[in-house]
Design a protein around this ligand. Structure first.
Ligand SMILES: [Zn+2]
Ligand SMILES: [Zn+2]
Length: 190
């Protein structure tokens, strides 16, 4: 199978049309498209995206099954350290021929259509892979993160702590900080 003008994830399937039971395999490494990411973690564009897929001709269209793998890279949501790990998702997607899709109007949005010439894997893989990324990635489950008061890396000294200020004095302390802050600003001038 060859890549079409639509990109590396636009896969030719015309050999499968009208031949239910016919199977083709797609084992290929392609460059990761852009925008496979969330805020803290993603699958960098241009890196390897490994496809290990079966494309099967069925009466309704083309059934795509298999796996897609890439390397997730991002930041720990607690300590902001760089992190990276391999991500593999299972793929199972039916691409329906348009004439089949029209006869059954239910869950139309869920349905992906193929013109019988190509299937567009990019939106399918984006949905699967981006939703498999953690919302708050961590470098390890027990990452102690950063001090909430000063941003110190807690891992470097687990005993790191700040003196607790009596809440009655907190307002005054805040006022003092404000004064210091404004002095600093003056001092920095010039
Ligand atoms: Zn961490
Ligand atoms: Zn601190």
């Amino acid at each position: 199978m060859t890549a079409q003008q639509g990109g590396d994830l636009s896969v030719e399937v015309k050999e499968l049309r009208g031949r239910p039971g016919t199977l083709e395999t797609l084992t290929r490494t392609v460059p990761m498209p852009a925008e496979f990411s969330t805020v803290l973690i993603g699958l960098p564009a241009g890196e390897d995206l490994e496809l290990d897929l079966r494309l099967e001709s069925v009466h309704e269209g083309v059934l795509v099954t298999g796996t897609a793998s890439a390397r997730a890279q991002g930041q720990c949501g607690r300590c902001l350290d760089e992190l990276a790990y391999p991500l593999t998702v299972d793929v199972m997607q039916l691409f329906t021929y348009p004439e089949r899709a029209e006869t059954d109007s239910e869950d139309e949005e869920e349905r992906l259509v193929t013109d019988g010439l190509t299937v567009e894997l990019e939106p399918v893989l984006r949905d699967l892979m981006v939703s498999a990324l953690p919302f708050r990635p961590v470098c390890r489950e027990d990452c102690p993160g950063l001090c909430s008061q000063c941003g110190f890396r807690m891992e470097d000294d687990p005993d790191h702590a700040h003196e607790q200020i009596d809440p009655r004095w907190a307002a005054l302390a805040g006022l003092a900080e404000d004064l210091e802050g404004s002095e600093d600003e003056d001092g920095r001038r010039g």
